[in-house]
Structure formats: C-alpha cells, structure tokens
Design a protein around this ligand. Structure first.
Ligand SMILES: [Zn+2]
Ligand SMILES: [Zn+2]
Length: 253
C-alpha cells in the first residue's frame, strides 16, 4: 500500500508522516517510478502536485492532500486542512488506511461458489454453451465439472461431437450429443474419487436439464442454485419440487 502525502510543508504534515513511520511505513520525498515490489510501505511527500499526477492516481496510491483544498486532476481520498487538530487528522488518516487495507466487502457464499462455477465453465471444450458446476458440502467444494466430451475422447471443439459440430438447433438431436453436462460431470467426478455428494448443494451457471435433474436427485444432492435459466426445463422444476429438492436462482454477471 502506498500513501501519497501531498501539499504544503506544515507541522501537521510532519505529525502525519511520523505517525505513518510508527505504523511501519517507510518514506521517500520525491516520486520516483514505482514497481509493485517496492511499493509495500512507502510514503511520499511533495510540496506540489506532481506532473504525472494522473498516473499516480491510477497506480492505486492512496492520495492525501494536506493544506487548503485545491482542485487537482483527480480527487483525493482525503483532504486534511491545517486548521484541524492533530488528533482529528490522525484519526481520519488511520480510518482511511484501515478501510483501504480491509478492501472491498467479501463475497457471500452464494456469490463465491457461483463465481467458482463460472471459472469452471471456462474449461468447457463444448463449442455450444459453456457451463460450469460445483458441488458444495458444509461450505466446502467436493467436486467441480464443466461440459464437454467424455474423458479420453476427442474434445468437442476438435470435432469430437457430431451433434455440436453440426450446430444443431437448441433442444434438437439431444440423443446424438456426446457432450456430458457440467452437473453430470461434477457428480461423476465425485464418483471417480469415491466422494459422496449426499446432502450437498450444486451450483451451476445454468439451470439443469431433465437428465441432469434425475442424476442430481438420485445422487442425494438436496439443493440446486443456478445463475441463468435453461429455456426448456419446466419438467426439471416440477420434478425437483416433487423430489423435495430446493432450487433457486442466484444471478451474477
Ligand atoms: Zn459439445
Ligand atoms: Zn444437463
């Protein structure tokens, strides 16, 4: 984390700089080009707004101005006027540093697992839809899957699936498709390793098809969370309902 302390030389600047030194920040008076490695604990002090101001703003540096407010090219994270007490200024700076170190809010469990399912989908070798799934038990991933041709056979994107290669219309010639679905692969991968998915929750980037729904029910999975609805799956929903499987949508970008 880099803190750029800019503005007039004032007793307050000195107080702030000493405080940051005590917190483990090093200091450097003139802004040299920075590498990420050397940027861990660095405080800059400079009287004027430097000419490469915009690039400093983009580098992720926390920008603090000490002095009367000015209107620079980019906005400061904090403006500390010399009029305020040292204690007040220090408190504001400490709060800012803490907030920056804490970073953005952590994702929820739903978002966390759905994003992982999304990453799994990027491994798909199917030339049609790319789908990813993860099976979670006690908030731990026990299996992942993505769609594509079976293990040891030619990948779909290398001509391995005649139905996908023929660009068959959605919902047609499904019985000719050689691509396994992401949910199917997540369940069979667990079987491959001898891991039970009983009582688990399956996150999938698409809502499951009827074939996968049957497999999900019989594997003992009790909940399904999907990011986007598959267009042809009314039967899936009523089957899940009848089997007592919870299904819900959780949308992420
Ligand atoms: Zn395919
Ligand atoms: Zn399926």
């Amino acid at each position: 984390m880099i803190i750029g302390l800019f503005g007039e030389d004032s007793p307050l600047t000195l107080v702030l700089q000493n405080d940051l030194k005590e917190k483990g920040f090093g200091s450097c008076r003139s802004p040299q080009p920075l590498s990420r490695e050397q940027s861990q604990h660095l405080v800059f002090r400079k009287r004027q707004v430097p000419p490469d101001w915009e690039s400093l703003g983009q580098s992720g540096m926390v920008l603090v101005w000490v002095g009367e407010p000015v209107e620079p090219a980019v906005s400061f994270d904090l403006v500390l006027t010399p009029g305020q007490s040292d204690g007040e200024a220090l408190e504001k700076l400490t709060r800012l540093v803490r907030r920056k170190l804490t970073g953005p809010p952590r994702p929820s469990w739903d978002e966390y697992f759905m994003r992982i399912a999304q990453v799994a989908s990027t491994r798909s070798n199917c030339i049609k839809r790319k789908v990813g799934a993860v099976v979670v038990k006690d908030r731990r991933i026990v299996s992942t899957g993505y769609n594509g041709t079976p293990r040891g056979t030619r990948n779909c994107n290398e001509g391995g699936c005649p139905r996908c290669s023929a660009l068959a219309a959605s919902g047609t010639r499904l019985d000719e498709c050689l691509c396994s679905h992401a949910e199917e692969n997540a369940i069979t991968q667990a079987a491959y390793h001898g891991t039970s998915v009983k009582g688990g929750c399956l996150y999938s980037t698409f809502s499951p098809c009827l074939m996968c729904a049957k497999m999900i029910i019989n594997s003992g999975i009790v909940e399904v969370v999907f990011n986007m609805g598959y267009p042809l799956n009314d039967a899936t929903f009523w089957l899940f309902e009848e089997a007592g499987i919870k299904i819900r949508e959780y949308r992420i970008d």
